[in-house]
Design a binder for this molecule. Sequence first.
Ligand code: ZN
Length: 122
Amino acid sequence: MASVLLQRPGALKVKLIKGDTVVIRRGKEKGKRGTVKAIFLKEGLATVDGLNVVKRHTKQGAGGAKSAGIYEKEAPLPISALQYVCVECNRPSRIKYRQGPEGKQRVCGACGEAAAESAKGR
Ligand SMILES: [Zn+2]
């Protein structure tokens, strides 16, 4: 996997999109669920709302902070540690693709229900 990434940066197939419900498979937050807040494709990382929160001691003006203090912020998690959770059947599942009337459609691998699409159509 790593060698593929080196040869073709950004070519990793990321099926998750912002707004998906995911369950964390590894690390201290294992088993917890949350909503994908942001995806960093090049890094292969994603932040999940309310999970993997770290405290950042921030000086005034640093990182766009208006005032100094301790801020809580979601730290990015590896996308490979996240598994999609279907909103229809409430089960962790794989995302499959199905050819629909408007092109490829993301569907739940467990129940076949259509998954939410991103606004950008990615
Ligand atoms: Zn499902």
